[in-house]
Ligand binder design. Sequence first.
Ligand SMILES: [Ca+2]
Length: 558
Amino acid sequence: MTDDQGYWDTGATGNPHIDTPNMDGLAKAGVQLKRYYAAPVCAPTRAGVMTGRYYLRTGLYNTRFGGDTMGKDEVTVAQLLKQAGYRTGMFGKWHLGKYPGYQPQERGFDEFFGHYHGHIERYEFPDQVYHNGKPVEARGYVSDLFTDASIDFIEATAKGGADPFFCALMYNAPHSPWLLDTSHFDQPEGDKLLEKYLKRGLPMREARIYALVDRVDLNIGRLLKKLDELGLAENTLVVFTSDNGGVSKFFKAGLKSNKASVYEGGVRAPCFVRWPGVIPAGSVIEGQTSHVDWLPTFCELAGVDVPADRTIDGKSLVPLLKAGKGATHHEYVYHTWDRYFPNPDKRWSISDQRWKLLCQVGDEGTPSPSNWKLFDLEADPGEETDLKRDHQEIVERLRGEFERWFGDATEGITYAPIRIPVGEPGEGAVEIAPSWAKWEGDHINYTFDGYDWDTIDGWKSPGEKATWKLNVIEPGRYAVTLSYGCRPLDAGGVLRVSAGSSMLEHTVNATITADQFERFSAGEIDLEKGEVELTAEVVSAPGRELMRLNGIALKRLK
Ligand SMILES: [Ca+2]
């Protein structure tokens, strides 16, 4: 699975400007799913892939702010395949929870090497990369590293005996910040690829995205070659797809809009599946299929039952794959996406095999039935002509079914960040992310400049505060370390950190500039067992702002 690669970003889906011979080769040797749908954004698709359920059922509702955490009661496809004797590995972007208890190696994967967040800041010598819960100092370019880990995993499994394997290789490319491995004298690959697409007339942004896809394609080629060398190609199902609509705009294959929208360009993804001798080569499936279909598909192939105690939205693709065709599959496919909270009115769609009803309003827009649009996808895949006025009965049928589905998918679920687990046995310091706070005050502000650089800033009046919800597993005394920037003119303010009746006060130090973060030991507090609110509050701030708070770390003292 790639990240933000659009339906149109492969040769096999009609793009004449991009070189993706290995992706195209999978389509040629297998089947192409023409109407395959991801969710509009990253984490929702990943939750659907892992659980076979639409993401709203899993408690996940956002890509940031702690809303990108998949509920602990979910059963993953990796857990199920393990039951069937598979060795399971996950390499690359997870984006379904970063705290202990929510990490891939605790959710059914024997091996995890990758990152928890929606993106990372560095692709060469990547940051924020972990191996089975431990931070890694990674060397090399990110797409190569994740491929290397997958190859090593497959090779070790093959050589270790007869165990079957499930390898989830989930590249973070070509997601922004669109970094190639350039400028190092001994690593010219990225420069060469970029130059190729600039010479083809693409603007810089588009050339970068294509070069990133090209770089993934080269790595897919390495992986497939390894399957050949190990004699595993004939007996391995290979799925290639992406996690939402594309961000590139140079060539769109006639589809409308991009990632994060519910138009086809926001939710259709390329999808090719190869299984030599089983899936007819060069075949095409026209029926609408979904990212929630993988769990039941893989379970059927592995001979393991899907969980019977919950709704599984996905439907096994095995009959379609084996036939290499299928004009129908899901009666309805549903999409909804809002940045802050599940919303059935703002940005949503429902499609059957022919008709699609949607509403797509921006953050400032007011959702209302006047914004609804009805398209005939057979005649108008580019969603240009709104037929709402001519087909009121279809509008009512589709909206009624969407409302039924939304009510069912969200019933009984409270959408809020999980309580941050603190004091898990065997764990080091817990990093409390600024983005997970609820903040109050006239000046306090949250700034997202990337996961390493998200900060709470602007706060200056006494009483302005940020609060985090913790779940303290091991009560006791904890050392508090603060990471922040504070321009010298603003230094000398006082921050109070408290939990229940325990608190400490820290006098803010100057750093070289407000954007250079340093870590300072702030003292100790007592945390009681169970549900605890941790608060950071302005006591006094003499300057423009108290500080730019970049993180709080809690470490239990023995
Ligand atoms: Ca994505």
